[in-house]
Design a protein around this ligand. Sequence first.
Ligand code: MG
Length: 158
Amino acid sequence: MRIGSGFDVHAFGPGEHVMLGGVRVPHSHGVIAHSDGDVLLHALTDALLGAAGLGDIGQHFKDTDPRWQGADSAGFVRAVLAMLAERGLRVGNADVTLLAERPKIGPVRAQIRDRIAQLLEVLPAAVNVKATTTEKLGFLGRGEGLAAAAVVLLVDAQ
Ligand code: MG
């Protein structure tokens, strides 16, 4: 078994939705990002890479590469999952946390869980989606952006 963690932040910018765990969530702002700026999937991708000892998302999907301009971050997760499969690893479970004052994910929490489970090729029961605020403190508390943390456990594919 191997464990990995990931963390990501994006600032809010102009827009009317944010991508969270592969789900389009209506919001008063978008995020500033090279790809689609999905903090949950970016943190998750880093956790997967970390668990496998494969570095970080920036090494594999450079934010200056035109290929990833506006990219669907689900592609990052799928690409890393393929690297894991080559190494005889699969996901055991994943726990992700959104840190933000808004948007509130209550209405889409189950949808995000199902989508992440689908991407990770595990049952929804192997995925947990949490959310917290920072009690109005700091850049997250001021609503300047959003952050996400992820922890994953990898197990032998056999
Ligand atoms: Mg990111």
